[in-house]
Design a protein around this ligand. Structure first.
Ligand SMILES: Cc1cc2nc3c(=O)[nH]c(=O)nc-3n(C[C@H](O)[C@H](O)[C@H](O)COP(=O)(O)O)c2cc1C
Length: 207
């Protein structure tokens, strides 16, 4: 298992160009979405929402809004990861519903609501709800990309895009949800370049 995971970590790279002749099977794409769904999130709020785009015309409209990157139109499945915003506000129906799913006595759930409300109010007043929730979308994205690599499927995370213009094109209401990240999935046309990473000694400290 450890070997399979490390192999996938090495296999995954930010694929710049996909083979337009190869489409990801629906069952495999479902598995990739499932890796996202099963990801951890703060307070279990699952703030991610996935928009899967296969339509070439829509990909063509998105490409100029994504720095004209070729991954957008050559990939098999383009996944836009939106992050919910307003539903995370303190006291919201959504947060109540999500916290209430646990099998706990009512007074414990009430106490949990209070802790969540304080926490979310602090986020709202400091970094903002989108900043907080989008970080969790990145965890889902990472799991989806590594999981895809385990199945021999390539990906590219994409942050190079014009957020407001894409939200307008797809009629995403930023009061409710915002675009966090785009991930393109497909199959490479050429071998991945050698991995470049800092050595562990430079990034790890023990105390
Ligand atoms: C949040 C994030 C945003 C990124 N945005 C882009 C992008 O817009 N276009 C692109 O070609 N690569 C993008 N990358 C890929 C990185 O450049 C790449 O992961 C890094 O250089 C390491 O290379 P590797 O992933 O091939 O190992 C992004 C990566 C991350 C994590």
């Amino acid at each position: 298992m450890k070997n399979a995971f490390i192999r996938a970590m090495h296999y995954r790279h930010a694929c710049k160009l996909f083979d337009t002749e190869k489409e990801i099977r629906k069952s495999e794409m479902q598995a990739i979405l499932e890796f996202g769904r099963l990801s951890p999130s703060s307070f279990g709020m699952e703030p991610w929402r996935f928009v899967v785009i296969k339509d070439p015309e829509l990909k063509g409209k998105l490409q100029p809004l994504c720095w004209n990157q070729p991954q957008i139109t050559t990939c098999s499945d383009l996944v836009l990861i939106k992050s919910i915003v307003a539903p995370l506000a303190p006291g919201s129906d959504y947060s109540r519903k999500m916290l209430g799913r646990r099998d706990l006595p009512q007074e414990k759930i009430e106490a949990y609501h209070r802790i969540y409300d304080d926490f979310a109010a602090h986020k709202l007043a400091t970094e903002g709800l989108f900043c907080w929730s989008s970080r969790q979308c990145y965890i889902a994205a990472a799991n989806m990309m590594t999981g895809a690599a385990m199945m021999g499927i390539d990906s590219c995370p994409i942050e190079g895009f014009e957020k407001e213009k894409i939200e307008a094109l797809l009629q995403i209401d930023p009061a409710h949800e915002e675009l966090a990240l785009i991930v393109a999935f497909g199959y490479r046309v050429k071998e991945a370049p050698e991995k470049i990473r800092l050595p562990l000694e430079e990034i790890v400290e023990y105390r």
